[in-house]
Design a binder for this molecule. Structure first.
Ligand SMILES: [Zn+2]
Length: 354
């Protein structure tokens, strides 16, 4: 038998509750409330936390969590699922990454303090009330605006429990490292709650292909940890763990200002020496060709087509021959990332669809 899930109130075993939880106040003195769904299962099991919109304009995860909260029933669940639909409510209302006015990054404010700046006060309320009650945590993000990111996870895979969670979620690429100080993922992991960040697509959009993949990942995590005994774990085909601090990945940056045209594609697999993009001046007098310094996959790409020196163009992760062949075989079978399978492309004119 599960215990009740306690916040200020109590959600009994077998109950689902949609609630709004106050984490701050507006200028008008009105409450700032985060929407939360607690699904407390009939049967015993772990407490899984799902969080989104810690950055207010990163929306794919909001849709993922809306679907999880709707699809699962407490009768089916072993344990408890805590769905924090939107964490950075002020940023969400303004559609900005950070908390407006002082541009505070809520994802650098954990675990927070009750008597500190706005971000740390909000973080403190969220962390004590919901995160600390969890046994596992998935935190959903996208790239920042003007860029897009391939579906991947970030996790400290040197921690066995985190590694198990990242593998169960089933993204092909895991960028491994402890994460930024003050981030929800790092703080939770350091406090014994294995946490994984999911990075998927771009800000300000719902991207159905990626949302479905994330829902498959959640189902797979539920299977692996016994939350949903009827589900099966969906291990990824190829799998690559990239240490965050080694030369296995790099941000290629512009060295000249100008107009950027992406040349890679349609799949984000590039070979050493292949042209990734060009940067031309407005008169087309000069063209700078940006080549892949090594064979790899593009996990992040600039979408805004203008750049100045230092602007990031793309984030390239090195892959070995075996992985490259596995990816190529998936592409040939039409299975890579599911993009072609669903008639959608990762990049291109129809990008509003994917
Ligand atoms: Zn984010």
């Amino acid at each position: 038998m599960t215990n009740p899930f306690r916040y200020d109130g109590e959600v009994a075993p077998g109950e689902v509750r949609h609630l709004r939880y106050e984490v701050g106040e507006t200028y008008l003195g009105d409450p700032i409330e985060i929407p939360v769904t607690v699904l407390n299962g009939e049967h015993d099991g772990p407490t899984v936390g799902l969080t989104a919109a810690l950055h207010g304009d990163e929306l794919n995860g909001v849709k993922v969590i809306q679907e999880v909260a709707d699809r699962y029933d407490p009768d089916d669940i072993h344990g408890t699922v805590v769905c924090c639909h939107v964490l950075n409510v002020p940023g969400y209302l303004a559609q900005t990454r950070d908390i407006p006015i002082y541009d505070q990054d809520l994802n650098r404010a954990f675990p927070g303090k009750p008597r500190s700046n706005t971000a740390e006060r909000m973080a403190d309320r969220i962390y004590r009330t919901f995160v600390e009650k969890c046994d596992l945590l998935l935190d959903f993000h996208t790239s920042t605006r003007n860029r897009t990111t391939m579906f991947h996870t970030r996790a400290d895979t040197t921690n066995e429990r985190v590694d198990r969670l990242a593998r169960a979620f089933g993204a092909n690429v895991v960028i491994s490292g402890p994460g930024d100080v003050g981030s929800l993922r790092r703080t939770a992991t350091e406090n014994g709650i294995p946490a994984v960040t999911v990075e998927m697509g771009k800000a300000h959009r719902f991207q159905p292909t990626l949302i479905e993949r994330a829902l498959d990942g959640v189902a797979s995590v539920f299977a692996e940890f016994g939350v949903d005994p009827t589900a099966t774990v969906g291990w990824p085909g190829w799998f690559r763990v990239v240490p965050a601090d080694q030369g296995d990945k790099t941000w290629l940056r512009a060295d000249t200002g100008g107009l950027v045209e992406m040349r890679w594609g349609p799949y984000p697999l590039v070979r050493e020496g292949e042209t990734i993009c060009t940067i031309t001046d407005h008169f087309k007098h000069s063209e700078k060709v940006v080549e892949a310094p090594f064979t790899g996959i593009l996990v992040g790409v600039l979408e805004n087509p203008v750049a100045q020196p230092g602007h990031p163009l793309c984030h390239l992760v090195r892959i070995d021959e075996t992985t490259r062949d596995e990816i190529q075989a998936e592409i040939d079978r039409g299975e890579f990332d599911g993009y072609r399978q669903r008639g959608l492309r990762w990049r291109g004119e129809r990008s509003e669809l994917d």
